[in-house]
Design a protein around this ligand. Structure first.
Ligand code: AMP
Length: 114
């Protein structure tokens, strides 16, 4: 099931989801099912289904995703203690929503996954 509309509705303010940050490139909000004390999603405003679907014209957008992730880490005071950024891609990557986003996780030791 293609669930891209979930994040589009949030970006377009058709839900009551609290927007933590928004500019012309990306939008950030709390994950509804948080896996850590801080779990924020940074989402592209433009609908891109997955990391497989970016191209050279998205270079600035991809940079913005990372820059905003670091800004949110600072805003939520997890920059010094540390955090993890995750981009899931397609089935084996565990991607549920077909709309490119970064997970920002922190606020506790996250352990090793590799
Ligand atoms: P992914 O598995 O990488 O596609 O991650 C999708 C994430 O979106 C999951 O962590 C969900 O908990 C989260 N999510 C789904 N619906 C919402 C929503 N309405 N508001 C905030 N987060 C959501």
């Amino acid at each position: 099931m293609n669930k891209h509309y979930v994040f589009m509705n949030i970006i377009n303010k058709k839900t009551n989801t609290k927007i933590l940050y928004q500019d012309s490139f990306v939008t950030a909000f709390h994950d509804i099912n948080k896996k850590a004390p801080i779990h924020i999603l940074i989402v592209t405003n433009k609908l891109i289904a997955s990391l497989n679907d970016v191209n050279d014209s998205d270079t600035i957008l991809l940079g913005k995703l990372l820059i905003v992730a670091t800004k949110m880490a600072k805003k939520y005071h997890i920059d010094k203690s540390g955090y993890r950024l995750i981009i899931n891609c397609n089935f084996h990557g565990g991607q549920e929503i077909n709309h490119l986003h970064i997970h920002l996780l922190g606020g506790k030791p996250l352990g090793s996954i590799l």
